[in-house]
Design a protein around this ligand. Structure first.
Ligand SMILES: C[S@@+](CC[C@H](N)C(=O)[O-])C[C@H]1O[C@@H](n2cnc3c(N)ncnc32)[C@H](O)[C@@H]1O
Length: 369
């Protein structure tokens, strides 16, 4: 099967590495998407174990269509009954049409849904589709070339499930994980997050250190598909669970000036049963001290001044952070913020910078080595 991984644009290189570590060598990428071949076992494994990907999709078909009749016929010709059970339906929940003759999203949506339902009704000898469950479908068209994708994930993989409580400006879990890979952090090194909020970076770091599959406690839409192989899924899940090892010694610290954020972080970390492995404590950034390590990583998501307080507050914080240069001398730092003036206020030139698109907001990752 042709599969597609969706993720935040900017993470292409990291996602390629993650796919390579899952045995995938041949892949093509475009912005925020990587295409590769794989079977059900890969779909299950990536959904359970990817730290960076948002969704894994199956490419059901690709074709050229310049008229609505061609669109209907091509959609009808696809093997929908390989994926969709007799009493289930679909939702066309994302349409992107660029430089194509067919551009009305509403009409494309209606034609595609009609063609799929006609095919299912003909195949299953039905008069109507009951829609017990609805499978998510995405349609991308570029220069009249259509790609029809079926969502195996459902709720995006960034929603691991541990963040029952959040901070005012929570960082997406996949982006928190990306900081670990951009900075090449490894579990043998101390990690310090002085603005931990709801604990996302320390929890991502600890789950990575202990090989805890991020999606181990959640559900996926592939369980709704006709080709769902529950035995294969259970084997893969058991295999991944067998690799969890929480006996490694780690030194991960998360602090925040708000006591309720510390309680939130602790509560969230209970989800993977690692609440006794991470040191969360209340502390103002100005007062944090290195706990005696010669080397380590400060990895954090300091206030941006957009969702949390204002721009002046963010600038003041970045200037105060300059004391890290002494307190965490020779350490590596990795920060994510939406501001492009971070280096100026922190008074240090980044070794590496990367823009990451995150919905309407653009983030920048700064790595100082
Ligand atoms: C952008 S949020 C971090 C969000 C976090 N990464 C998460 O996923 O929940 C910034 C955090 O910095 C904390 N903060 C703001 N000023 C601080 C200071 N001077 N010292 C310590 N923490 C501070 C806020 O309480 C807030 O939780």
């Amino acid at each position: 099967m042709k599969l597609v991984a969706l993720f935040n644009a900017g993470l292409e290189k990291l996602v390629k590495n993650e796919l390579k570590s899952n045995g995938i060598n041949s892949m093509e990428n475009s912005r925020g998407m990587i295409f590769f071949d794989g079977d059900l076992d890969l779909i299950y494994k990536l959904n359970l174990n990817s730290r960076l990907i948002e969704k894994i999709l199956i490419c059901v078909g690709e074709f050229k269509a310049e008229t609505y009749d061609e669109l209907f016929d091509n959609i009808y010709s696809l093997n929908w009954y390989d994926f969709i059970k007799k009493d289930d339906g679909v939702i066309i929940n994302k349409i992107s049409s660029k430089r194509s003759k067919l551009f009305s999203e509403k009409t494309i949506q209606s034609i595609v849904q009609k063609a799929i339902y006609k095919k299912l009704m003909d195949k299953y000898s039905l008069n109507y589709i009951q829609e017990n469950s609805k499978i998510n479908i995405r349609i991308y068209s570029f220069k009249d070339n259509f790609m029809i994708l079926l969502d195996t994930t459902g709720i995006p993989l960034s929603k691991r499930g541990y963040r029952k409580l959040i901070s005012q400006a929570p960082l997406k879990e996949t982006l928190a994980a990306s900081l670990l890979f951009f900075s090449h952090w490894k579990r043998k090194y101390p990690l310090y997050d002085p603005f931990c909020g709801s604990g996302t970076i320390p929890i991502e770091a600890a789950s990575y250190a202990f090989n805890i599959p991020p999606g181990i406690n959640r559900n996926f839409d592939f369980s709704l598909l006709k080709n769902f192989d529950v035995d294969l899924f259970n084997i893969i899940k058991k295999d991944l669970k067998g690799k969890i090892n929480t006996s490694y010694e780690i030194n991960i610290f998360g602090s925040d000036k708000e006591q309720h954020m510390i309680e939130t972080s602790f509560k969230n970390s209970e989800y993977y049963e690692i609440n006794d492995k991470i040191n969360f404590y209340k502390c103002s950034m100005e007062e944090i001290r290195n706990k005696g390590f010669d080397f380590g990583y400060v990895i954090s998501n300091p206030p941006y001044g957009e969702r949390y307080r204002d721009s002046n507050y963010a600038i003041k914080i970045y200037e105060q952070m300059r004391f890290f240069h002494k307190e965490f001398k020779n350490w590596n730092y990795c920060f994510i913020t939406s501001r492009d003036d971070f280096e100026k206020h922190f008074n240090l030139k980044a070794t590496f910078k990367k823009g990451i698109s995150n919905g309407k907001m653009n983030n920048i990752i700064y790595y100082f080595k």
